[in-house]
Design a binder for this molecule. Structure first.
Ligand code: PGA
Length: 227
């Protein structure tokens, strides 16, 4: 069971397979160019870069005392061992407090199924990494122990065609009713600084998962401010 205070708005950046180390550092330089003004008691900002950038970003955020958290975009369903190519929860935990699990791009491109995703959630939770579990609709199974869900309808991702706030809120309500352990429901899919508040102003929606618009540090700052 998580001990985090989840009565906050979550603004989560998913960088997907973008940004080299240099580009990640440039992004951070722009992100902190002017002092951050959001209230940490009210907003939890999480950046999920590639595995490659996690250590660098962790050191940078520590050194400059930047009040944002890091997340991985995946976690191995195995512990450490002979699993070539995998990054396990113990390794993730060195740098990150969160992990996106079950993104539709992993389900479709890497054939991740419900059983595998449940194992990933179990591994993350065993090391106190908070899963941000992506669902594509209200029927998507949610593994035991998940507290944070991101509702991301596939047709809204990267398309410039977000879901309607009404629909997203209805899904958020249903998820919370049917899964009492889920405390936080995020909306994801073509979120921009302009429309973020149309989602986050809905009582059942606790934040956003942002892909494309998070790649630009200034735009992501605006998303945080407007959320
Ligand atoms: P998008 O991606 O904001 O670029 O639509 C969201 C996501 O896939 O998490």
């Amino acid at each position: 069971m998580s001990r985090r205070n989840m009565n906050k708005k979550y603004i989560v950046a998913n960088w997907k397979s973008y940004k080299t180390l240099d580009e990640a550092e440039d992004w951070l330089d722009v992100f902190i160019e002017t002092p951050l003004t959001f209230n940490e008691e009210e907003k939890e900002v999480v950046i999920c870069p590639s595995f490659m950038s996690l250590a660098l970003m962790d050191a940078y955020l520590d050194e400059k005392d930047v009040p944002v958290f890091l997340g991985a975009q995946d976690v191995s369903p195995f512990d450490e061992g002979a699993f070539t190519g995998e990054v396990n929860a113990k390794q993730v935990k060195e740098c990150a407090d969160y992990a996106i699990i079950g993104h539709s791009e992993r389900r479709s491109n890497f054939h991740e199924d419900d059983a595998l995703l449940a194992k990933k959630v179990e591994k993350a939770l065993s090391l106190d990494i908070e899963p941000i579990f992506c669902i594509q609709g209200k029927e998507t199974p949610i593994p035991d122990g998940v507290s944070i869900v991101a509702y991301e309808p596939v047709e809204a991702i990267g398309s410039g065609k977000p879901d309607s706030p009404d629909d997203a809120e209805a899904v958020a309500k249903t998820v919370k009713t049917e899964h009492p352990t889920v405390k936080v429901v995020l909306y994801g899919g073509s979120v921009t600084a302009e429309l973020v508040n149309s989602f986050t102003s809905r009582p059942a929606i606790d934040g956003v998962l942002v892909g494309g618009a998070s790649l630009d540090a200034s735009e992501f700052r605006k998303i945080i401010d407007n959320a």
